[in-house]
Design a protein around this ligand. Structure first.
Ligand code: UN1
Length: 499
């Protein structure tokens, strides 16, 4: 399908695609596919006001009824999976399979959120006083701002929005300026679900298009109770400090520098497949991409050789074409960052296999690259830096504790994994002295997390958790209740205060 066909299938009219200053290019060939209207500070503030008004009604709507809206959203997403997946692929350059997978993540989180809407449970707690009960209840928080990145242009919005909506919070989405069309397409899908739902308040689900100044309006306003941000550590610092200044709540899902340890007992066939998928999938532009491979000396040469062979045959090309596994980087800036990193690798004494531009004759304005393997003499600064590109740094180890120390010795703490069939090794890796990441896997790669688990990580990754487990609590306020149903008024801690 051509770009205009994909855009039309996603519900855009030609007028909507040519009504403002924000130029949108497809990384597929670098061509301009739209030029759209943006919002300014005043528009953003008006949206926040609309969100606050919506909160008044939505917080009083029973949670399972709120879940019904998310159920309808899940239905609409199922119906729109194909065209939305294609638009994701067109706008951010990931291969169609991964574009469809991203929409599937949206559907999965909607399903999970619908179930959660019938629980949102707290605790009952034993009171030290006779005739007293204690409990913990969870209430809606308020407007939730959601800031997302280009590489996963739709799923992270949904991880946040599906939970925020069942939790009772209106949402305002600020997508990446590189991928506003997918956001607008999702807003259209939401509008269908809202129309079917019937009586949702206006301003419940909104999308604001603009640059970082729009994000600043969200973080600055005390009317935005929560800001959940997915993206770079630099952006997370800006959001986190602005929110801390007003004691607002933030949920941060930032950079990763994910490693795999491959032990001598590993099933190398499986490890190989996992490495290639997680290192070159999404052209190395996932926050969970595999960036560091820590291989035992005994198997180092054979694994690296097989890896180079696999890298030599990778089908690179148009992400919407059948059989392609590696699409383009988002833009030329990303290409330059990859080149600069490889330059530094060489300066550090590393050996580079692959890398460099691909398909320049066919797509002169697009950033296709050959994924690179960089064999490193040690974990130099460039290895400790997240470069959003398909560069796999490879290092050797002999002692597992040293390998774990190496894996933890980076600023980021998102995802990690070990390939081993030795239970002593795998359990050590998952123990308190093992991986320090939010995600630690055994015999699968670091990327492609399922919706059911909490998603996020420590250190420069920001500490937030989204998606499954009890991440819904991040969108609600906790209240502790003590109820006296006796005829006395005993004080806690045995204090006597007779008047
Ligand atoms: C991201 O790259 O921002 O685990 C998110 C994964 C996906 C999410 C990645 N479920 O790779």
């Amino acid at each position: 399908m051509s770009a205009p066909e994909i855009l039309a299938a996603a519900g855009f009219t030609p007028d909507e695609l040519d009504n403002g200053p924000l130029v949108v290019r497809t990384p597929v060939d670098g061509s301009r596919i739209a030029s759209i209207a943006t919002h300014g500070a005043d528009d953003t503030r008006a949206m926040i006001d609309a969100g606050v008004a919506a909160f008044d009604t939505w917080r009083a709507t029973p949670a399972p009824r709120r879940g019904e809206l998310v159920r309808l959203l899940g239905e609409e997403l199922r119906a729109a999976k194909e065209p939305l997946g294609e638009l994701v692929s067109l706008e951010c350059g990931k291969i169609l399979q991964e574009g469809l997978g991203e929409v599937q993540e949206m559907i999965d989180i909607c399903d999970l959120a619908v179930g959660i809407s019938r629980q949102l449970f707290g605790l009952t707690i034993a009171s030290e006083r006779p005739g007293h009960a204690m409990r913990e209840t969870w209430h809606p928080m308020g407007v939730c701002g959601i800031i997302t990145a280009f590489n996963f242009p739709v799923a992270p919005w949904c991880w946040n929005a599906a939970l925020a909506l069942v939790a009772g919070d209106p949402v305002i989405w600020k997508p990446s300026e590189k991928t506003p069309l997918t956001a607008l397409a999702v807003q259209k899908i939401c509008d269908k679900a809202l129309a079917r739902f019937g009586d949702a308040p206006a301003g419940l689900i909104q999308t604001v298009i603009g640059d970082h100044t729009v994000g600043q309006e969200l973080t600055a306003s005390r009317d935005v109770a929560i800001v959940s941000a997915t993206g770079s550590t630099r952006m997370g610092h800006a959001v986190g400090t602005a929110m801390a200044a007003r004691f607002g709540r933030c949920i941060l899902e930032l950079g990763g520098n994910n490693a795999m340890i491959v032990s001598p007992s590993a099933d190398l066939e499986m490890a190989l497949r996992a490495i290639v998928f997680s290192a070159v999938g999404t052209a190395g532009q996932r926050c969970t991409s595999l960036r560091r491979l820590i291989v035992h000396a005994d198997i180092y040469d054979s694994l690296v050789e097989r890896l180079k062979k696999a890298y030599s045959g990778l089908p690179i090309g148009d992400p919407l074409a059948d059989g392609v596994l590696v699409g383009p980087l988002i833009d030329m800036q990303a290409f330059d960052a990859m080149e600069a990193a490889l330059e530094q690798v060489r300066a550090d004494g590393g050996k580079v296999f692959g890398g460099g531009a691909a398909l320049r004759n066919t797509f002169p304005d697009a950033a296709y690259v050959h994924p690179a393997i960089a064999e490193m003499p040690g974990q130099t600064d460039i290895v400790r830096t997240e470069t959003f590109a398909p560069i796999l740094y490879v290092m050797k180890y002999t002692d597992l504790d040293a390998a774990i120390a190496l894996q933890n010795d980076v600023p980021q703490g998102l995802s990690s994994c070990i390939f081993s069939t030795d239970v002593r090794e795998t359990e050590t890796f998952l123990s308190a002295v093992g991986s320090d990441c939010g995600i630690a896997n055994v015999n699968i790669g670091p990327s492609g997390a399922e919706i059911g688990g909490a998603f996020g990580g420590e250190k420069d990754t920001g500490g937030g958790r989204e998606s499954g487990s009890d991440a819904w609590r991040g969108y609600m306020r906790r209240q502790t209740n003590t109820i006296n149903y006796s005829r006395d008024l005993p004080l806690a801690q045995g204090i006597k205060f007779d008047i």
